[in-house]
Design a protein around this ligand. Structure first.
Ligand SMILES: NC(=O)c1ccc[n+]([C@@H]2O[C@H](COP(=O)([O-])OP(=O)(O)OC[C@H]3O[C@@H](n4cnc5c(N)ncnc54)[C@H](O)[C@@H]3O)[C@@H](O)[C@H]2O)c1
Ligand SMILES: [Zn+2]
Length: 366
């Protein structure tokens, strides 16, 4: 069992381990006594894990309402958000009650946004059940839903009160979902922890050997990767909670990534789009002379070893059009992230007029 403290404006802990779902009530009582709890899950996770958490909380005296929405990034939208808000009101949640986001990044982002806005903000708990949500989205307090024009365009900063990560839930993830988490933890390694990368790779090669089954030994490595990834993110978020500087480092791979994800109409999932994005962004930075460190080949080969499909079926024109709608585009400029040396990324703000050249350089083959 690991515990990480996050010292943001509202401080909170993340607990990482196995068997946490059935002990959820014990941990949750660190932040609140029995109250009404809205347990928000997508349609996949509801059938897998909602029963265990709901039973544990009910036994401890919580009054639990399950709120379910259809799974998938295409449902991280205003329609699902509105349906959730109406159900929160019907369950008569007050400001002293809590929301629990049990699921992947889609659930965490949308339930977090509901928590940020219901009654002008109530407390919520993140219970990540995907590798990606555990290493990235459950910590840091960025909550959002997508709009037609782009990802995460409607959202708020709203820190959780607690994050509970039960690694044993990863056993029901598909190889594709394990890849998604690997992409974000590999990203973290590139940004600030070079020594993390071999562990990320080790998990994916072990999974290829076992045909997707997560063994006991892998659980220990996963716990380590989640812990180290979150330690990096925690430090960055503590320095820049509102994403005006250093936090933008966490966007490595995301300028291309968000565009690829959106162009595929979310058929290419977030993590796998970010993987492609990291290769392109490293290449663009080197080709345009932002850095003398040529990381693209190493990144490409590491990701290929982990079984990532790195093909990008879109041309520069299409990517540019979508990238211009991204919220990272500030008036007239965009901040891009690039590997500056092994295990270290840096930021550079470029004029919007240079974005086309940047995207073309990223897509070029060498
Ligand atoms: N807020 C942030 O800081 C932040 C950071 C990174 C990513 N994100 C967001 O996270 C989202 C991607 O997250 P994701 O990859 O977890 O997507 P997701 O929530 O859609 O989960 C992926 C799939 O796995 C299923 N699932 C979840 N847990 C499961 C389990 N234990 N067993 C079996 N199936 C399970 C889900 O139902 C879904 O079908 C994107 O919307 C992205 O923008 C947010
Ligand atoms: Zn991401």
């Amino acid at each position: 069992m690991k515990r990480i403290s996050v010292k943001t404006g509202r401080p909170y802990d993340m607990v990482i381990g196995t068997g946490i779902l059935s002990d959820a009530a014990d941990y949750i009582q660190e932040v609140t006594g029995p109250c009404r709890a809205a347990l928000i899950c997508d349609s996949n996770v509801a059938g897998l894990y909602a029963g265990t958490v709901s039973e544990a909380l009910t036994d401890a005296g919580f009054d639990v309402t399950l709120i379910e929405f259809p799974a998938g990034e295409e449902n991280k939208n205003l329609e699902s958000y509105c349906a959730i808000m109406e159900q929160l009101a019907r369950a008569a949640l007050s400001r002293s009650d809590i929301i629990i986001a049990l699921g992947g990044g889609v659930t965490g982002d949308m339930a977090g946004f509901a928590a940020a806005t219901y009654l002008r903000g109530i407390r919520y708990i993140q219970m990540p059940t995907t590798y990606l949500a555990a290493v990235d989205s459950s910590v840091g307090g960025k909550t959002a839903v997508d709009l037609g024009k782009g990802k995460n365009l409607c959202g708020a900063f709203w820190q959780p009160s607690l994050v509970l990560c039960d690694i044993s839930t990863f056993r029901t993830l598909s190889p594709s979902e394990m890849l998604d988490g690997s992409a974000e933890s590999y990203k973290t390694a590139m940004i600030a922890d070079e020594e993390l990368a071999p562990y990320v790779k080790k998990i994916m090669s072990a999974l290829m050997e076992t045909g997707g089954e997560i063994t006991g030994e892998m659980t220990d490595t996963l716990e380590l990767v989640v812990e180290r990834s979150v330690q990096v993110k925690r430090t960055i978020v503590e320095h820049d909670e509102r994403d005006t500087g250093e936090r933008q480092l966490l966007n490595f791979g995301h300028t291309f990534g968000h565009s690829i994800e959106k162009l595929s109409e979310y058929a290419i999932p977030h993590g796998q789009a970010v993987a492609r994005g990291m290769v392109c962004e490293a290449r663009a930075a080197y080709k345009l002379g932002y850095t003398e460190y040529d990381a693209a080949d190493q990144i490409r080969s590491d990701l290929a070893d982990m079984n990532f499909d790195l093909e990008i079926p879109y041309d520069a024109e299409k990517i540019l059009k979508v990238a211009k709608g991204d919220k990272k585009v500030r008036t007239g400029s965009i901040t891009v992230v690039f590997p500056e040396s092994p295990g270290k990324c840096a930021l550079r703000t470029i004029p919007l007029d240079d974005l086309q050249q940047y995207i073309e350089a990223g897509l070029s083959q060498q």
